[in-house]
Design a protein around this ligand. Structure first.
Ligand SMILES: Cc1cc2nc3c(=O)[nH]c(=O)nc-3n(C[C@H](O)[C@H](O)[C@H](O)COP(=O)(O)OP(=O)(O)OC[C@H]3O[C@@H](n4cnc5c(N)ncnc54)[C@H](O)[C@@H]3O)c2cc1C
Length: 473
């Protein structure tokens, strides 16, 4: 019997499995796919590697959850610091998001001059520093009493950030600046959306400030592809079961039984890294099914369309660009495209003289439901994105070696989720309504971007830390 069975090898699943193994627990990790990492994996196609979705590693620095968990698991990743962490292109304006505050402010001021810029970005900077300095909060949600008790741990944060919690970020920013140009608003909106996964009017300014400020901290490119992190993390775990989808989990007194096509395993505790929206079908036990059926209501259908390319080019590109256009893209609710290039010296990822590109925009999973329209829409959006990238970054059609794309349906086929980006901390979905890392089912836990606290490496790893605290491991 295992101490823990972890279902899914995304950021949450792989990290908690590696941590628990390092603490001497008997752990088994199941992953449906041959490659590990889910949204943050790296896959191969026709001999070329591509990052599936995530391309930037933030939060690997002293005092932050990513580094803390990697260190505890005994894993040191192979990384390249990236500064600027993104280069934002909006029409004729290019704004590198430098880590250095003054350097960034100088470019910002020349592109979007405003008397309030310094005060605004100083506030963003200060909120980030103050938040990451405070580490005593935790979140428990299995029962009302536990929830209320854990919320008390947020009181110092609540007191400190109260002015930024109850007004939506769009109104706060308007009020702060007095007058705002549409172009600068779109600049802020686009950068908040890629981190917070929600528009400014749906989140508070506290969440917006944390999203805008991630570029002031260390950001990294992962050599060999993001997927290398997972290979490194789980290397010492003897039982990593790839190509092993768990199809059902039965709940017993004091243990669980997990069933796949070729496996059947018992564990005292289960940690789900599948999204909570897709978990009800795994359970027959009525209380577990009921619990996950309720979580399905949180599925906002937000998702991504991703374009992959391999190009041959002598040019030097930045690692990450955000291209902001004047109108939202077709089949999207966003006017911003995020484009990442492999490092030109990363020969594990791509041979010299070539680049592997992953470019993504936000979409809604329901835009892709009609099977008759699907192929046409997919081709149309792929062509649009390709054209924008060519135009803005100076790439020629004859440099393209490979080009293909993924819709929410593709993500469902491979990693069992259509909703991407997880459960954002919107104002109507702030604590205490957010699902936590514990569940009302004894011994059943969950981790990943569909539960507390949010998405991406920094967000999911805060959830891993929270879970470890709840497990008392
Ligand atoms: C387009 C895009 C770009 C992004 N860019 C960034 C970025 O640059 N930096 C960043 O930090 N974050 C980024 N993110 C967010 C980040 O990728 C996700 O928040 C994070 O990877 C989610 O991790 P997770 O722990 O929720 O697991 P997931 O990624 O959801 O992985 C879950 C895993 O579980 C497996 N699984 C599911 N069900 C089963 C089952 N029944 N049996 C076995 N296995 C199962 C799946 O195959 C999958 O591998 C991006 C997301 C998207 C969509």
């Amino acid at each position: 019997m295992y101490d823990y069975a972890v279902v899914g090898s995304g950021i949450g699943g792989s990290s908690v499995a590696a941590y628990l193994h390092a603490k001497g627990k008997k752990v088994i990790l199941f992953e449906k796919e041959p490659y590990l990492g889910g949204c943050s994996s790296t896959f191969g196609r026709k001999g070329q590697l591509y990052n599936t979705a995530a391309t930037t590693l933030a939060g690997y620095q002293e005092g932050f959850a990513v580094k803390e968990i990697f260190d505890a698991a005994g894993f040191t990743p192979d990384l390249l610091p990236v500064d600027p962490s993104i280069v934002v292109i909006q029409g004729e304006k290019t704004t590198p998001r430098y880590k250095d505050f003054e350097k960034f402010l100088e470019v910002l001021e020349s592109n979007y001059p405003h008397a309030k810029n310094r005060a605004f970005w100083t506030l963003v900077y200060e909120i980030n520093n103050a938040f990451y300095d405070y580490k005593e909060h935790y979140y428990e949600s299995a029962t009302l009493l536990k929830k209320l008790r854990s919320l008390v741990s947020f009181l110092p944060l609540f007191k400190r950030f109260r002015p930024y919690l109850f007004e939506d970020a769009a109104s706060f920013i308007e009020r702060f600046y007095g007058s705002l140009e549409g172009e600068y608003k779109a600049f802020l909106e686009a950068q908040v959306l890629i981190v917070a996964q929600a528009p400014l009017k749906e989140i508070n300014f506290f969440t917006a400030a944390l999203s805008l400020g991630y570029t002031f901290r260390d950001n990294f490119y992962v050599l060999g592809g993001m997927g290398q992190l997972f290979e490194g993390l789980v290397k010492k775990i003897p039982d990593v079961m790839r190509k092993s989808e768990i199809k059902s989990i039965s709940v017993h007194d004091g243990y669980f039984e997990l069933h796949g096509k070729f496996v059947s395993t018992r564990a005292r505790r289960v940690i789900l890294n599948a999204t909570v929206y897709d978990a009800a079908k795994l359970f027959d036990a009525p209380h577990a099914k009921r619990y996950y059926k309720k979580q399905e209501k949180q599925d906002n259908r937000q998702s991504s369309f991703v374009l992959y390319m391999k190009i041959k080019s002598e040019k030097t590109f930045a690692h990450h660009y955000q291209i902001i256009e004047e109108k939202p893209f077709a089949y999207s609710f966003s006017q911003a495209l995020f484009v990442s290039f492999s490092d030109q010296n990363d020969t594990q990822m791509c041979e010299k003289g070539y680049y592997s590109i992953t470019a993504s925009i936000h979409t809604n999973a329901d835009f892709w439901n009609d099977p008759l329209e699907y192929p046409r829409k997919k081709q149309e959006l792929q062509d649009i994105l390709k054209e924008i990238i060519f135009m803005r970054l100076g790439i020629e059609e004859n440099e393209v070696v490979a080009c293909f794309s993924a819709t929410p349906k593709t993500f469902m086929r491979y990693i069992k989720r259509e909703q991407l980006g997880g459960n954002a901390m919107r104002m109507k979905n702030f604590l205490p309504t957010l699902s936590g890392n514990d569940t009302p089912i004894e011994g059943l836990y969950q981790v990943g971007d569909s539960v507390y606290p949010a998405q991406g490496w920094p967000g999911v790893m805060m959830g891993v830390k929270n879970l470890i605290r709840l497990l008392d491991a």
